[in-house]
Design a protein. Structure first.
Length: 466
């Protein structure tokens, strides 16, 4: 068995190696041992401190709580742990006081840095609470499991809950029943994946009032990369949602009105074209026959009269041609008689003849059994596009492609002209392009226009066949 002196020396070596202060007092409250760290904290060397009463080393006015803890440990024979600011050292300590038969042992750990860090956190927390208290949006915090730990006053105003009622998972129960499962599952999924969350949903506050809110949340990650919770906002978007719903309703109504007007316009064009062809065409034909009959009856008339008759017949022929042209532009009978492909080929031919612009037309689409509404819309889109090219583009070449892609029909019209700025308010093509977009929207299709000054124009239209 090793001698007692050797054991004491070993213990002393151990006490000197630890970074905390260590002191031992006997039952008379006299110091019997302290290590180097303790010397530094109480500002006394071992030879000066040994045998001193605990209250001489730790004056009561500076550390009464510590002295009370020592007395309690001696009386109850139970360990005491407490924290206190020691003014003489200017430091915060955690005292661990362990009683024994012969007295007490005290470990003093310097926790000043920890306390200062906690104070900074508390100050930061106070600033956060102050800033968020009257913020114009609802603000909330949760723990790592997504359970609410804090909400601001605006959040409480939105929901009608008290602060106590809001803590935990109470927020889930104010969500509209139709939105609840989706919202809760989405939140759990985001928290499991440690991802930001943004959703729009309905709540029913404590007063039974329905509100739309937009909720956002981001994970709070500490320096170790661990998620400690989430912080987020909810904004009342009820008025915005109502306005958007009204706007969407008006947009649908305008689209329906536009489609109705387009149909009326197309029907009127068809009616006028037929009236011109049937009525004026027949009347001009009859007039030509009458002039020819009169010319034959006046065989003996002088040459001036005969020339007048010939001029009248020529004029009537020109009028017939004009009527046919006008009727065709209003509603080309070829689209009803021969179909979309023939009508497009005719339109391309007419464009070449009038403008002198080179056109490369590729058509692989089978127009048998095509919906008449799709047929006339594609024809009008081509017609409007070519009109814009002739008026504005200064193009030398146009490429047109018509083909079937899956269950859709694709029309592409590309020119090498001067292009234009789509955002310019002085854009002369605006109404024509708007008409194209409206026709496409009527048939649940998609359209895009790619252009820029000096870059030409590319129009792409996709329409569903069914």
């Amino acid at each position: 068995m090793p001698p007692i002196k050797a054991i004491e020396n070993n213990l002393s070596c151990i006490y000197e190696r630890i970074s905390d202060a260590f002191m031992a007092f006997n039952n008379k409250r006299q110091l019997v041992y302290l290590n180097k760290t303790a010397e530094k904290y109480i500002h006394k060397k071992q030879e000066d401190a040994l045998g001193k009463d605990i209250e001489e080393l730790f004056p009561g006015q500076y550390c009464s709580s510590f002295l009370n803890g020592c007395n309690r440990a001696m009386q109850t024979r139970q360990a005491v742990v407490q924290e206190e600011f020691y003014a003489l050292a200017g430091l915060y300590f955690q005292y661990r006081i362990y009683p024994s038969e012969s007295g007490i042992s005290v470990l003093m750990q310097d926790i000043t840095e920890r306390i200062k860090a906690e104070e900074k956190i508390s100050e930061s927390e106070l600033r956060f609470r102050t800033l968020t208290k009257d913020a114009p949006v609802g603000i909330f915090e949760t723990d790592a499991n997504g359970l609410t730990t804090y909400v601001n006053q605006t959040w409480l105003n939105y929901t009608g809950l008290s602060f106590e009622e809001a803590i935990g998972d109470a927020w889930m129960y104010i969500i509209h029943p139709e939105d609840r499962a989706k919202q809760v599952n989405s939140w759990k999924e985001k928290t499991q994946k440690i991802e930001p969350s943004e959703t729009e949903y309905r709540i029913i506050n404590k007063n039974g009032q329905l509100r739309w809110v937009n909720g956002k949340a981001i994970p709070v990650i500490n320096s170790s990369g661990k998620v400690t919770g989430y912080i987020g906002t909810i904004a009342d978007v009820t008025e915005l949602k109502t306005a958007l719903d009204l706007l969407n309703e008006r947009t649908v109504q305008l689209s329906e009105l536009s489609a109705h007007l387009q149909n009326i316009r197309e029907n009127e064009r068809t009616h006028i074209a037929r009236e011109i062809h049937d009525e004026l065409g027949q009347q001009l034909t009859a007039l030509k026959m009458d002039i020819a009959w009169l010319s034959k009856k006046n065989i003996n008339s002088n040459d001036d009269v005969k020339c007048r008759f010939d001029d009248a017949i020529i004029l009537v022929d020109e009028m017939v041609k004009s009527i046919r042209r006008i009727g065709t532009e209003l509603r080309p009978s070829i689209i009803d008689d021969l179909g979309l492909n023939a009508a497009m080929e005719w339109q391309v031919f007419e464009f070449r003849q009038r403008s002198g612009i080179v056109v490369k037309f590729k058509n692989t689409f089978d127009d048998i059994n095509i919906n008449p509404a799709i047929s006339i819309s594609l024809f009008r889109i081509l017609q409007e596009s070519l009109t814009n090219i002739a008026r504005h583009s200064k193009a030398k070449q146009v490429r047109i492609n018509l083909e079937k892609t899956g269950n859709n029909i694709l029309l592409m019209i590309q020119d090498d002209g001067i292009g234009f700025n789509k955002t310019s308010k002085k854009n002369g093509r605006a109404f024509g392009l708007l008409g194209i977009n409206e026709r496409v929207a009527m048939l649940n299709g998609q359209s895009s226009i790619e252009t820029a000054p000096g870059k030409g124009t590319n129009i792409k239209v996709i329409l569903p066949l069914h």
